[in-house]
Design a protein around this ligand. Sequence first.
Ligand code: CP
Length: 312
Amino acid sequence: MTLKSKDLLGLKDLTKEEISLILDTAKTMKYVLTTNNKKTPHLQGKSIITLFYENSTRTRLSFELASKYMSASAANISASGSSVAKGETLIDTGKTIDMMGSDVIIIRHPMSGAPHLLARNVKASVINAGDGMNEHPTQALLDMFTILEKKGSLQGLKIAILGDIYHSRVARSNIWGLTKMGAEVSIAGPSTLMPSGIEQTGVKVYNTVQEALIDADVVMGLRIQLERQKKGLFPTTREYSRFFGIDEKRLRLAKEDALVMHPGPVNRGVELSTFVMDGEQSVINEQVTNGVAVRMALLYLLTRRGSSENSN
Ligand code: CP
């Protein structure tokens, strides 16, 4: 089995079988990461470009390390240090990268749909590393991988996603992915940060974080995205933390063995208290490690797909 599309643009478009394939492949890659010699020849001769129009630590570095661990040539372009700053369009930039023989372009962009536009205009595979408020599929895949590692299955698990749902591409990708894999997703946050019609995606919407937390197997906090808010959608971060933050007392509403997750970066003491963030139930550090394994799996599957097509 292989992935149907040349690109990975969102989990909305993937089947349950394709998600399982990526997660199974990531398991093998995680094993590679635990060995003394992380170098594999799987991407030898391949060229991987990260094209980031927004800041990133985890996503960009993990793609870069994944490429290097698998013996690809990897390079990064950031909008501020490239001809984008001189006014070059996304399509022209993409075509320029394509013409240099790139096999995979990984893009993060503030506009929803930018990776889709790029994918239609280049031969290379395109991976969405976060587009506006739309999707962040590789984050959701690493989140699902982390839950699977700890819980064994996603089927029937109760996942509470809490906070700034409106601006969160992580929440959207997780909702598409987790519901496809049979999990029950509950969401809660400020009413000003709740997208209208979100219940149509199959999630349960609660008025308070306390209600969403009851008996949860997984508690996922989200970063409040001040950079995407043109007007104040909640009074202060202090108020936000008081009503919507996850502290020790609120966490006790979830199951005793509930996992605490966050895509990072965390606003410490706002979305999660320091006790919860650094506590025994937190798997935030494992999420970071698993990001490399999942991105190795994706690069492997997308580049392999190309070579099996060529050999037919
Ligand atoms: N979770 C996430 O996308 O983090 P970065 O912005 O650091 O890549």
